[in-house]
Design a binder for this molecule. Structure first.
Ligand SMILES: O=C1O[C@H](COP(=O)(O)O)[C@@H](O)[C@H](O)[C@H]1O
Length: 232
């Protein structure tokens, strides 16, 4: 299993180093292509990283930001990942970035996924940067164990798209980027913190069943070797 493990003394040091790496990758993409794309995860882990990244000086007006996954809830819902990104990332220097949400106020989540697939960045070419998280059940993005569309979400022969996912451990119905849209990002990061998640990662690295622990798809089959950022 190929991956780079980057270990830090604490979450603050991790956040600063990850923000520097992401800012550098986005700047390089802007120099190369005139624009850059960034997909970020939600949850509780990325807040300090978002705060640090928001202060990094780069041409944010040329950066499109979207989410790796989202609950099917509007932006003002406290469980919205959009709200998290708006509160902690889209400010300071990063206020100039364009945010493209996965959530769409359509009648059904299937319609929302279809609409989002036509709009969000990363659907026609690889993301410049994708930051994944991981739950203690071994999910990443909204690739949940027992998810109704898990097999299709992890199938690299299927097109890049936004998909729907329902799973016992997911709470609300989810919108998620497919693995095909994430695995070849220019910079692919798995960001985890705490002893419990380190133990989950070690368990994932010791086995192969992706249905049991979908993070294994990233660790085993991503085209881009993931950098794993961890702090206690
Ligand atoms: O449900 C989610 O959980 C994971 C991990 O979240 P955390 O709170 O344990 O950091 C996250 O990566 C994903 O984007 C989110 O929707």
């Amino acid at each position: 299993m190929a991956h780079q493990m980057k270990t830090f003394e604490n979450g603050t040091a991790l956040a600063a180093s990850l923000a520097d790496a992401v800012a550098s990758a986005l700047s390089a993409a802007i120099t190369r292509s005139g624009e850059a794309t960034l997909a970020v995860s939600g949850g509780s882990t990325p807040k300090a990283f978002f705060e640090a990244l928001s202060t990094r000086a780069l041409d944010w007006a040329k950066v499109k930001v979207t989410l790796v996954d989202e609950r099917f809830v509007p932006e003002d819902n406290p469980r919205s990942n959009h709200l998290l990104v708006k509160t902690h990332l889209l400010k300071n220097e990063a206020a100039a970035a364009e945010f493209v949400p996965l959530y769409r106020p359509e009648a059904t989540i299937e319609d929302a996924a279809k609409t989002a697939s036509g709009i969000v960045p990363g659907m026609t070419r690889p993301f410049d940067v994708a930051i994944l998280g991981m739950g203690t059940d071994g999910h990443t993005a909204s690739f949940f164990p027992g998810g109704d569309h898990l097999a299709a979400a992890l199938d690299l022969t299927l097109p890049r798209r936004v998909m729907t996912m329902e799973a016992p451990g997911a709470g609300e119905a989810r919108l998620t980027l497919s693995f095909s849209a994430l695995h070849d990002a220019g910079l692919l990061v798995v960001h985890i913190e705490g002893a419990e998640k380190k133990a989950v990662l070690e368990k994932a690295l010791a086995g192969t069943d992706e249905q049991e622990m979908p993070i294994r798809a990233v660790l085993e089959r991503a085209q881009t070797t993931p950098d794993i950022y961890w702090a206690p």
